[in-house]
Design a protein around this ligand. Structure first.
Ligand SMILES: *Cc1c(COP(=O)(O)O)cnc(C)c1O
Length: 397
């Protein structure tokens, strides 16, 4: 039912739609069954057991593979399961080059696998291509995240993937922060894309899930076999919900981005803010690269408050429309304090090296009205700066 000429938005909205031959259901049914009958002795059908394969999960996998332009996808129970699955492609002792400021869970997994000699891991600042080239000598996998979490640094996917290929290493891009609506790493030369579908793909903060999309059939087959062997496939119900969320991916991202742009400008103008990290701002160090490589700047940003941790506390107490929580990419706006939340797995020294200070806050912009978000942030920043307290003192005096 899909046409190769269709735009991403059309493909996402139409994924699995109007394909039911039994009843003509417009929306695809949910198959919760854990097991499927054999037609007879030795006559397996397309599906026999849901750990190995499930029609609902496959529908989501096919939709994601289409959006990422891959041979296929494996849907996993979480983003971390997708990352762990990808690392199964490597033999024991293989070297992995990963970003120094990678996602906290990825960092913890790589650290622990390195500690027990399962893998050799080198963390590098991936904006420093000479350092990446050095680290790639003898490596078997290059792990890429762009934009990075939480500082929104952007790295050149095409260049890094070419370097990996030259070194004989597989390249993997964690595309969680932008989704295929805004960035397609496989088209830029990556071998594999991983997602936490928990974030933008599902988009409603009610599913934890993940996916690995492979460019080549050979890697897809190996991933499918490992997913079945380890039993880390996603549940049919979660797949159903994620497919439902996926249909509005493009529409949601347009609003997420519009809100992020408005908030970034407002933050930049507020005296309580020292620095805003958003690739859409012309003064972002990789603004031009982001413009070239991405179809949009996304809905995530971070900023450095003046006044250290006391200001952070005042801000968080005052803010109303941003819930203090980890995760991102959903319809509701969230605020996160990376040093104590998403990046708590990092040692203090590694956090410092990655540029994550105690006064850094990360925002995931939802789809609320942008004037409400800007107004709420402005009053919370006023409170953070202490001006609200001063005004109050002025009134009572
Ligand atoms: C959330 C996240 C993950 C991990 O995904 P889970 O679904 O929480 O297991 C991996 N990478 C990035 C960039 C993330 O934001």
């Amino acid at each position: 039912m899909t046409d190769k000429q269709w735009q991403q938005a059309t493909r996402a909205a139409r994924a699995g739609v109007d394909e039911d031959e039994q009843f003509g259901a417009v929306m695809p049914p949910l198959y919760l069954s854990s097991t499927f009958t054999f037609a007879g002795l030795g006559a397996a059908r397309d599906y026999d057991y849901t750990r190995s394969g499930n029609p609902t999960r496959d529908q989501l996998g096919a939709a994601l593979a289409e959006l990422e332009d891959g041979a296929g996808a494996v849907i996993t129970a979480s983003g971390m399961a997708a990352i762990a699955l990808t690392l199964e492609l490597l033999p024991t002792g293989a070297a992995v080059v990963a970003p120094a400021d990678c996602y906290g869970g990825t960092y913890r997994l790589l650290q622990r696998l390195a500690a027990k000699q399962r893998l050799n891991v080198v963390f590098v600042d991936q904006t420093d291509t000479a350092a990446v080239a050095d680290a790639l000598a003898g490596a078997q996998m290059l792990w890429i995240e762009t934009p990075t979490n939480p500082l929104l640094r952007v790295v050149d996917i095409a260049k890094l993937c070419q370097m990996a290929r030259d070194a004989g290493a597989l390249s993997v891009v964690d595309n969680t922060f932008l989704s295929p609506a805004l960035q397609q790493p496989l088209s830029l030369g990556a071998d594999l894309v991983v997602h936490s579908t928990t974030k933008y793909l599902n988009g409603h903060s009610d599913v934890v899930g993940g996916a690995v999309v492979a460019k080549a059939q050979s890697q897809l087959t190996a991933l499918q076999e490992w997913a079945n062997t380890l039993g880390l496939a996603g549940s049919p119900f979660d797949s159903f919900l994620t497919l439902r969320g996926l249909r509005t991916l493009e529409a949601r991202l347009r609003i997420h981005e519009e809100n992020a742009a408005a908030v970034a400008r407002a933050l930049q103008e507020h005296p309580a803010v020292q620095r805003v990290h958003y690739p859409g701002l012309p003064d972002h160090p990789q603004h031009d690269l982001a413009r070239r490589q991405q179809r949009g700047f996304g809905g995530m940003l971070s900023f450095q408050l003046r006044g250290g941790e006391p200001a952070v506390r005042r801000f968080l107490q005052a803010v109303q429309l941003f819930s203090l929580a980890v995760s991102l990419g959903s319809v509701e706006s969230l605020v996160c304090h990376p040093a104590s939340m998403s990046h708590a797995p990092f040692s203090a020294a590694d956090r410092k090296a990655a540029g994550i200070t105690d006064a850094l806050l990360r925002l995931s912009l939802g789809v609320e009205a942008k004037q409400d978000l800007v107004a709420d942030l402005t009053q919370a920043l006023d409170a953070a700066a202490g001006s609200a307290a001063l005004q109050l003192a002025g009134q009572t005096a």
